[in-house]
Design a protein around this ligand. Structure first.
Ligand code: UD1
Ligand code: CA
Length: 458
């Protein structure tokens, strides 16, 4: 955008229907707050500045609005909720800085396409004074209706003010309105509150502009793009659309998903080429997966780096700080947290690896546990390249196991195992020839006695 554009983002609305202790715009979609989606898309459309109108949780909302872009933001308070027109005027001082265009966005409507914002600004530069983004609503009730005549927008009628004839209109105000920066304050100040709700409706700006001989136009976007969030039901609907889009993007970029509807992505999930994702996989924030990796069914990943050609799961859990080098394997019922796992290392069954460094090609046997926590502190376990940890071993950290060392199954390792050493840390086996017969007879005798005394126990 060569022109300067100010986005006024309204985030001071009533959140009572969310029944939440926090501001509505802080609720996440794709693990990113709603408000961050809105400001991120505004930034992607090329706005020069963002004025954020906030009512509660000011610091948290402002912080969330800054995520993922570097467009300057100034937050302003709307202490009394007097309507969308009033809310925009809270940014009066910022509007007065002078912008070619002002665009109003709603902080709870995160799905709009940045391209549609660019289209609106293009139309403005082509001579229209006010541009409204509308959509054809399957059920228009509750929305402001866009009343058009001869290709121009003549009014937005709020549902409560609409006549029976106007209520028939299914072309609705999506909430994104663009107007001229130089006319903005003048138009906004002319808005009154003489209506059913006693609110200052931003939407009155159309009739005010028309009365001044200005040209107003509506452009159509999809209903999906205009979805807003008032309840947690709508939050889930928005999440579903967002996930659908994210999966599509991933698949078109070269990721295979066996059953995409069961794969959940985060705003920052990075998936390499030829990654295969089986059904029912959850990507929390901060996951990067390298080329050709396979994520088997029912795996849960967050804050993890997965190298190329790694295999995860089925039923694996990677927690923050899990960092797996190329061709490593983490199999079923394994949990890995804050651990570097070397190239080709295998952690295949029923294992917990936390606060650890594992060398290339090491083999971690079934049921191995790094005992990383003493109740107060976390300690490091270091396992060398090519080491072999026998099944059902407990590695009591801090502890080091050298390159190429062997740990016998069932060991509880509390001391360093040097390079190429064999450590067996368990009670020695005792074998008593023939004693099984004696034992069996003894047990049979107890059983017989119990029967005789009429005990109900077997
Ligand atoms: C608004 C529009 C309506 C449109 C609909 C689209 C008006 C008068 N009506 O209606 O034409 O079809 O959105 O969803 O604009 N907000 C504030 N401060 C306020 C009031 C609202 O910050 O004092 C914010 C809200 O957080 C919300 C947005 O403005 O993000 C819209 O407010 P809301 O009350 O939801 O408007 P609607 O009645 O849905
Ligand atoms: Ca609304």
């Amino acid at each position: 955008m060569a022109r300067t554009c100010l986005a006024v983002v309204l985030a001071a609305g009533d959140a009572t229907r969310m029944k939440s202790s926090k501001s509505k715009v802080l609720h996440p979609v794709g693990n990113l707050p709603l408000i961050a989606h809105v400001t991120g898309s505004a930034a992607a459309a090329g706005v020069s500045k963002i004025a954020l109108v906030v009512g509660r949780d000011v610091d948290a909302v402002e912080q969330a609005a800054r995520l993922g872009h570097d467009v300057p933001i100034t937050a302003v308070m709307q202490t009394e909720r007097k309507g969308t027109g009033h809310a925009v005027l809270m940014a009066r001082d910022i509007i007065a800085e002078g912008y070619d265009d002002v665009v109003v966005l709603y902080g709870d409507a995160p799905l709009f396409d940045p391209e549609s914002l660019k289209d609106a600004v293009k139309l403005r530069s082509g001579g229209a004074d006010v541009i409204v983004l509308g959509f054809r609503a399957a059920d228009p009730s509750g929305y402001g209706r866009l009343i058009e005549r001869d290709g121009e927008l003549v009014a937005i009628r709020e549902h409560k003010e609409a006549t029976a004839e106007e209520l028939e209109v299914d072309f609705c105000n999506g909430g994104i309105i663009t107007f001229s920066g130089s006319q903005a304050i003048d138009l906004l100040e002319a808005i009154g509150n003489d209506n059913a709700k006693g609110e200052y409706y931003l939407t009155d700006i159309i009739e005010i502009a028309r009365a001044r001989g200005l040209k107003c136009v509506a452009i159509e976007a999809s209903e999906e793009n205009m979805m807003g969030c008032n309840t947690r039901v709508e939050l889930a609907e928005i999440e579903a659309v967002w996930q659908q889009r994210a999966r599509h993007r991933a698949m078109l970029s070269g990721v295979s998903m066996v059953d995409p509807n069961t794969v959940y992505l985060s705003f920052d999930t990075e998936l390499g080429n030829d990654v295969v994702i089986e059904p029912n996989v959850w990507f929390g924030p901060g996951v990067r997966v390298g080329e050709g990796a396979v994520i088997h069914a029912f795996s849960h990943l967050e804050g993890a780096t997965v190298g190329a050609y790694v295999q995860i799961g089925p039923f694996a859990r990677l927690r923050p700080g899990a960092d797996l080098a190329e061709k490593a394997k983490v199999g079923n019922f394994c949990e890995v947290k804050k651990a570097k796992v070397g190239e080709g290392a295998k952690i295949n069954h029923l294992t917990y690896i936390g606060d650890a460094v594992i060398g290339a090609g090491a083999n971690i046997g079934a049921g191995t546990i790094t005992c990383n926590y003493d109740g107060q502190n976390k300690h490091l376990t270091e396992i060398g390249a090519g080491a072999f940890i026998g099944s059902n071993s407990s590695l009591v950290a801090p502890v080091k196991i050298g390159d190429g060392a062997y740990v016998g199954s069932g060991s509880v390792v509390t001391m360093e195992v040097p390079r190429d050493a064999l450590a067996v840390a368990r009670a020695r086996q005792e074998t008593k020839p023939g004693r099984a017969i004696v034992l069996r007879e003894k047990i049979a005798e107890i059983k017989a006695q119990k029967r005789k005394s009429g005990s109900s126990m077997i």
